[in-house]
Design a protein around this ligand. Sequence first.
Ligand SMILES: *[C@@H]1O[C@H](CO)[C@@H](O)[C@H](O)[C@H]1NC(C)=O
Length: 292
Amino acid sequence: MGGLRPSGLHLNKPVVFGLLGIALVVFVVTRLYMGGGLAGTAASGVFQIAVKSETKPPAAGRGMDHVVNASLLESPPAFAADAASQEEQFKITLGDKALNVHVVQMIRRKADVTNALTVLFLHGASFTSKNWLDIKTLEHVANWGYRAIAIDLPGYGTTDLTDESQPADFLTAFITAMGMKKVVIVSPSMSGSYSLPYLFKEPKSSTERAVGYVPVAPVKTGEFRQQYADSQLPTLIVYGTKDRRGDTTTRDLMLLPKHEVAPIDGAGHACYLDKPDDFHKVLFYFLKKLSS
Ligand SMILES: *[C@@H]1O[C@H](CO)[C@@H](O)[C@H](O)[C@H]1NC(C)=O
């Protein structure tokens, strides 16, 4: 019996140390793969943010670069209220068909808009061009000295429905027919199915089709993730901090190299309707930067 005990200990020691060793290896490997190591060593800031925002919306100011905070921006100039508006049914040709597009244009009477930016406003699925009149966005933009244009997309408001299956072709046809120069596209929600393919199907030439882009939580951002890196289009990513979809769209669009992010505090999906003043401030900031 006395001879068995030491031999028992002799057997157990390697087993115990072996188990401890395996536990240590498992612990180290798990830590590395669970992101503790990744967050500390990621070479690219974008990648680091993407990893973090898997679980959290990209809250402004926390590890996010290029944040534009509306409450820290200067207020746009006082309303001059001399903007003239014009509404028309503008005829374009799409494929071999004629299409009537409802267009609202606003230009400040006293301003020289020869070389001014043209800001083209698209709309979400619940809206039409009227939403930009309701919150006076067109009037503001015109008063700042730019051309402001809002349209009803095909099948909305009084624009004809089209069976054209390529939404990008609609924007190409419209922008060409209007002879628009220096276009900045403001594109909320559903209208992403127009603006994103128009701009990023061929990302390298995106800067020939627009000079700026203001996506407001648009749909379809995931479809162009491979293309964004090849575009140099200056982009202001706008989203409401209470919009659950804003998380994904912002993360996708941050792959655009020339982006800035403007979270609208306490606003939902249609953040421009919830907080029009904040929206107008960040838009004013971006347009001024583009035209300087
Ligand atoms: C903007 O700045 C204000 C005041 O400093 C702060 O309370 C707010 O959280 C900021 N908003 C964002 C979206 O960073």
